[in-house]
Design a protein around this ligand. Structure first.
Ligand SMILES: C[S@@+](CC[C@H](N)C(=O)[O-])C[C@H]1O[C@@H](n2cnc3c(N)ncnc32)[C@H](O)[C@@H]1O
Ligand SMILES: [Zn+2]
Length: 269
């Protein structure tokens, strides 16, 4: 069985923990940050926060997700991974963000957990959760993990990279990719836009993996504070492309009842 632990992003050899560093046999060395995460980006890849989500985005996600508003999705994912029937499955959280789903999964079932994201700020927040897991900064186009080492991978609301994901997945592994459902946050959009549109619900297309199953998770949530409404809005892509008028309408909202809806695509090899 392939070891489920990062490999050296420079030479691809195994990394071993020595004190507060991870080192390979060629002498490449990566320091563990005080929060316990490690930056495995090489100079070929730009460091996270220029292209990954910003610090404000990271904080907004944490503030909102930690209140449990998207818990139905976290529960459904734990159920999917439990249904794989593996003892202590090796789970990779691809583009883990600030680690909410990692933590929910770790609480729901025994598993071995790794997570990475391009944004150092996101990874730092994920590591601060203090889980029995290793978080690292990396680009999804070059995931520094042994081939075929993950029994399951979570891939939530993030860019897709089929060759990279197919490479790290074990032959009998499963990738759970999540996209927003048609009516996800529709009432929030109605409150802000004159002509809100529904999401296209398109799961990633791939020829290297097989889409074995799709499931929908829907619920209604009622936000009772302007703070929660703003945190939700700030973690959506709309936050960057809403007019001042739309933002003002949003700022006037004090409660909001809205649909949350997600599509989980299960991909196998
Ligand atoms: C919308 S957030 C979702 C985070 C997390 N999966 C969640 O649901 O809370 C998208 C994440 O993808 C990360 N990301 C974007 N491009 C990336 C890349 N090329 N490699 C790794 N992570 C990337 C961003 O930094 C961001 O944290
Ligand atoms: Zn090396």
């Amino acid at each position: 069985m392939q070891p489920f632990f990062p490999v050296c992003p420079v030479c691809g050899r195994a990394l071993n923990k020595k004190g507060r560093t991870l080192q390979c046999e060629s002498g490449h060395s990566f320091d563990l940050a005080k929060e316990g995460y490690v930056n495995l980006l090489t100079h070929h890849h730009k460091s996270g926060d220029a292209t990954g989500d910003s610090r404000g985005m990271a904080r907004a996600r944490r503030a909102f997700l930690d209140k449990g508003w998207f818990r139905p999705l976290a529960d459904a994912l734990a159920e999917e991974i439990r249904a794989l029937g593996k003892e202590n499955p090796r789970v990779l959280d691809i583009c883990c963000g600030e680690g909410y789903y990692s933590e929910q999964l770790a609480n729901a079932l025994p598993c071995r957990l790794l997570g990475f994201d391009l944004s150092k700020e996101m990874v730092r927040l994920a590591a601060k959760r203090g889980l029995n897991a290793l978080f690292f900064v990396a680009n999804l186009s070059a995931i520094p993990l042994p081939e075929g080492s993950a029994d399951a991978a979570l891939h939530l609301f993030a860019p897709f990279h089929e060759s990279s994901f197919a490479r790290v997945l074990a032959p009998d592994g499963a990738l759970f990719s999540v996209v927003p459902g048609k009516r996800h946050l529709f009432e929030l959009k109605e409150a802000v836009y004159d002509t809100p549109y529904k999401n296209d619900e398109q799961l990633p297309q791939t020829t290297l993996l097989t889409l074995a199953e799709t499931k929908k998770v829907s619920a209604r949530i009622r936000l009772e504070t302007a703070e929660d409404i703003r945190a939700l809005f700030n973690m959506t892509p709309y936050a960057h492309r809403t007019s001042r008028e739309g933002t003002e309408r949003l700022n006037r909202l004090e409660t909001l009842e809205t649909t949350i809806e997600f599509v989980i695509g299960t991909y196998t090899k």
